[in-house]
Each structure stands twice: as structure tokens, then as C-alpha cells.
Design a protein around this ligand. Structure first.
Ligand code: ADP
Ligand code: NA
Length: 330
């Protein structure tokens, strides 16, 4: 029996993933890989939209892939590869550009936000067509399921529209993908500003926990996390965003339910809870960090694994691309 195809990607935009990426993407990916024929892609073509330094981009691509593996993505079960190693992504995206409306692309809120922030002169066509490349990523594998956070929902909707439009204009070619909705507790907030999600673009580093940072640095940040002055441990996202975030992190890292943690810590202080969070985060991140550093220490072996997986991806992607080319008359 063949498993349904799942696709997800993450940009190599930092040396280290953060706790939000880990809980909101990686942990979910690891959990989904048994049930699906999963493609996990380090989307380095997408990363070009933020004009990275070339050497940094190359290093981050490797490091991101290594962190995926270290976190439990099994490169023999799932297809774990680098986007630019599979030329069909860029090729299909050109075809899809030609069935995407200019106004349609201009309505993407992420583009509107970013272009407003950068100004017209620093906004590239790459940023504008980014969601079309994302559609190509997904459609190349006849993907059925795409795990998406709130920020990517509109882009997935565009992907579905493009697939449907192409199919009705040129004949059935692409599977129309469905979103896999992640639990609300898969979202992690900034330790210093628990109203905002933890993000690599956070204003200060104090609210950001990185997978590859020294455990002592992370422990300090957790011990200094913002709480409230009620001195009661319970989950209430509105009234107690800081404590609720710590409970979410504790739960994601330990596998305990939030209720079980609340019971365990009843009548104890916030300091105790934070120590519990530190231990839980350290227990998970320590082996991931060690394994990542080992993988990065042997770049030839890492490159071999990535090349092997890119070959698997290429086989499927080229088939879909050939069909799409044939359909449009290329
Ligand atoms: P950032 O928000 O730091 O720019 P990305 O946009 O590169 O991170 O996110 C990559 C993946 O990590 C996405 O799947 C996104 O949903 C997930 N992710 C990012 N931040 C968080 C967060 N704070 N909580 C949960 N998931 C997150
Ligand atoms: Na983002």
C-alpha cells in the first residue's frame, strides 16, 4: 500500500534552528514520517529572496539538513534533500508563473508586509514570485498533505488554485494538496514577549532559544523568561501568556500533557517550573546538538546522504515536470 505524499520545507536562514522551528516544524515532521511518504526540503532557492552571503548560505544549508537528521528525520525513510539539487523546482515554477495573475500574487499578505518593510527599490521579483516557487515545490511530488502554520495558509491556498487551474486548462496533471492543521500548542512564543511568536527576526536574542546554543546560555534565558505576579501555575494564554508558553515548551519537550505538568507543579514557585523547563529542553537539545556537530564534522558523508536523497527526489520531480511540459506544449 502506498502512503500519501507529504511535503514540507524550511529555509536555511540561520546557523541554528530555534525552539519554535523545532516544536512547530521538526517535531511534527518526525511524527508524520511513518504515516506519509514525506519530502522534507531545505529550501535554499527560497532563501535567495533575503540576499544572503553566499558562504553563509552554503554553510546554513548543510547545518539545517544536519539538524533535521539529528532531530530524527530518517533519510532512509523520508526524502531529505536540498531544493537547488532538484532543478525541476525552478523549472516548474516558471511554467506556473505563466498561469498566476499579477494581481493574485500581489494579494499575498506576506509579500505585501515584506515589500512595505523593504520599500519598492529593495523589493525583488524573487520575493514577489516566492509563493509560485512554493507551489512548484509542492506540486512536483503529487503531494496530498502539507503541514502549514497560519503564516503559510494563504500560500497553500494559492497552490491549490494553481493546481486546479492548470488541471482544468491542460488536463489532469497535479494532485490538489490539503493542509495538515497543526495543534495550537505547536506554537511557541518569545520568552521576553510572550504575545509574539518566537522568531529568528526577534528584536532581541533574550527571548530566543536556539537548538545549537550552549545549554548554559539557553538555561539562563529560560530562568529569565517573563512571567506574571500571580504566583499560580495554570494554562491561560490570555491572562498568563508567559507561564502558558513555558508550559507549552515543557510539554513539547517532555511528552507530558500540560495538565500533568500543572498537577505536578501545583503550589510550587515559578523558579521551580523554570528549572523543570530547563531540564526538559536540555534533555532534548543536548543529543540533537551533539549529533548535529558530528554530522557537520564529516561533510563528505553528509553530502553523500543529501546527494542520495536528491536523486530520489529528482526521479519523482522529473516525471511530473515532463508531464507538465508536455501538457503546455514544451
Ligand atoms: P521564523 O518565524 O523564525 O522566520 P520560519 O518562518 O523560517 O521561522 O519558520 C520555519 C518553520 O518553523 C515554519 O514551519 C514555521 O511554521 C515554524 N515556526 C517558526 N516559528 C515558530 C514558532 N514560534 N512556533 C511554532 N512554529 C514556528
Ligand atoms: Na516566518
Amino acid at each position: 500500500m502506498t502512503k500519501p505524499v507529504l511535503f514540507s520545507g524550511m529555509q536555511p536562514s540561520n546557523d541554528s534552528l530555534h525552539l519554535g522551528n523545532f516544536v512547530g516544524a521538526l517535531q511534527q515532521w518526525v511524527a508524520l514520517q511513518a504515516e506519509y511518504d514525506a519530502y522534507y526540503c531545505v529550501v535554499d532557492l527560497h532563501a535567495l529572496t533575503s540576499s544572503p552571503n553566499p558562504e553563509e548560505l552554503r554553510a546554513r544549508t548543510r547545518s539545517t539538513a544536519a539538524q533535521y537528521m539529528a532531530a530524527g528525520i530518517d533519510a532512509s525513510q523520508s526524502t531529505l534533500y536540498v531544493q537547488s539539487h532538484v532543478p525541476a523546482h525552478a523549472q516548474l515554477s516558471w511554467v506556473l508563473n505563466n498561469i498566476t495573475g499579477f494581481g493574485e500574487a500581489g494579494r499575498m499578505t506576506q509579500f505585501k508586509d515584506k515589500s512595505a518593510r523593504f520599500g519598492a527599490d529593495s523589493t525583488t521579483v524573487g520575493l514577489f514570485t516566492y509563493p509560485v516557487l512554493m507551489a512548484a515545490d509542492i506540486l512536483l511530488y503529487q503531494t496530498r498533505a502539507v503541514p502549514v502554520g497560519e503564516d503559510q495558509r494563504q500560500h497553500l491556498e494559492l497552490t491549490r488554485d494553481l493546481a486546479g487551474r492548470f488541471n482544468s486548462r491542460f488536463g489532469d496533471t497535479f494532485t490538489v494538496p490539503e493542509p495538515v492543521i497543526l495543534k495550537e500548542t505547536a506554537k511557541i512564543y518569545d520568552l521576553q514577549h510572550p504575545g509574539s511568536k518566537m522568531s529568528k527576526s526577534a528584536e532581541s536574542e533574550a527571548g530566543l532559544i536556539k537548538v545549537l546554543d550552549d545549554p548554559k546560555v539557553n538555561a539562563k534565558k529560560i530562568m529569565r523568561a517573563v512571567t506574571d505576579d500571580e504566583a499560580s501555575i495554570r494554562f491561560d494564554r490570555e491572562a498568563k501568556p508567559g507561564i502558558s508558553n513555558l508550559l507549552t515548551i515543557f510539554s513539547a519537550m517532555s511528552g507530558w500533557t500540560i495538565d500533568a505538568i500543572v498537577d505536578e507543579y501545583q503550589g510550587r514557585g515559578y523558579g521551580d517550573l523554570k528549572k523543570g523547563v530547563v531540564d526538559a529542553v536540555t534533555a532534548v537539545f543536548e543529543p540533537v546538538r551533539t549529533r548535529t556537530l558530528e554530522l557537520l564534522d564529516d561533510p563528505a558523508e553528509l553530502d553523500r546522504l543529501l546527494a542520495q536523497n536528491a536523486a530520489k527526489a529528482n526521479e519523482v520531480a522529473e516525471k511530473t515536470l515532463a508531464l507538465a511540459y508536455e501538457r503546455v506544449g514544451l
